[in-house]
Write a protein that binds this ligand. Structure first.
Ligand code: IMP
Ligand code: MG
Length: 178
């Protein structure tokens, strides 16, 4: 079994790069079908969603734009629930179809925070696409329109997800070994 060690923790492979790419291609087809002709603006939530956003956008087949926001809430292996906005949105999204791109929805605090921020600018609609969802950790009544994989409540690294800043560059997703 493929394993990696980051700092004091060991992780074993959970979702392979092939599985990730296959699922992203499926989501891209769905998004293209749903949003064709709406010229959506994708908003990638940094830092975690950078790889998901890049791979998804390459597969989406329509006119679209991309922008970025940066928030931070995690410290070590725990969500702090205390969200800080580090980079805000520079585009005018009034009347636009927005697709928020997240690496993972855990408690849902980050997405709720971002939805509230985005709604202040009166977009026509906001869709949410998250590569991963931890349904058992979700504390809010949120509809995630596009979900790559539902995962258990384990701490994950790789493919954008980090442990104290490390591991984002791994092409597979790994889960912590207890
Ligand atoms: P939420 O606000 O609790 O939904 O947390 C969302 C953010 O926490 C995500 O965008 C990730 O950056 C981070 N996060 C949640 N779960 C994990 C994990 O298992 N590994 C690494 N980062 C995570
Ligand atoms: Mg994130």
């Amino acid at each position: 079994m493929k394993q990696v060690t980051i700092k004091d923790k060991t992780f074993s492979i959970s979702i392979s790069s092939d599985q990730i790419q296959k699922r992203i291609a499926e989501i891209a087809v769905q998004i293209t079908k749903d949003l064709k002709d709406r010229n959506p603006i994708f908003i990638s939530v940094l830092k975690g969603a950078f790889l998901f956003s890049a791979d998804l956008l390459k597969k989406v087949d329509m006119d679209c734009e991309i922008s970025f926001m940066r928030v931070s809430s995690y410290s070590g292996t725990q969500s702090t629930g205390n969200i800080k906005s580090l980079i805000g949105l520079s585009e005018d999204i009034t009347g636009r179809t927005v697709v928020l791109l997240e690496d993972i929805v855990d408690t849902g605090e980050t997405v709720v925070y971002l939805l509230n921020e985005l709604k202040k600018n009166n977009p026509a609609e906001i869709k949410i696409a998250s590569l991963l969802l931890k349904p058992k950790a979700l504390k809010h009544d949120l509809k995630i329109d596009y979900v790559g994989f539902e995962v258990p409540n384990d701490f994950l690294v790789g493919y954008g997800l980090d442990y104290d800043g490390l591991g984002r560059n791994l092409e597979d997703i790994y889960k912590i070994v207890e």
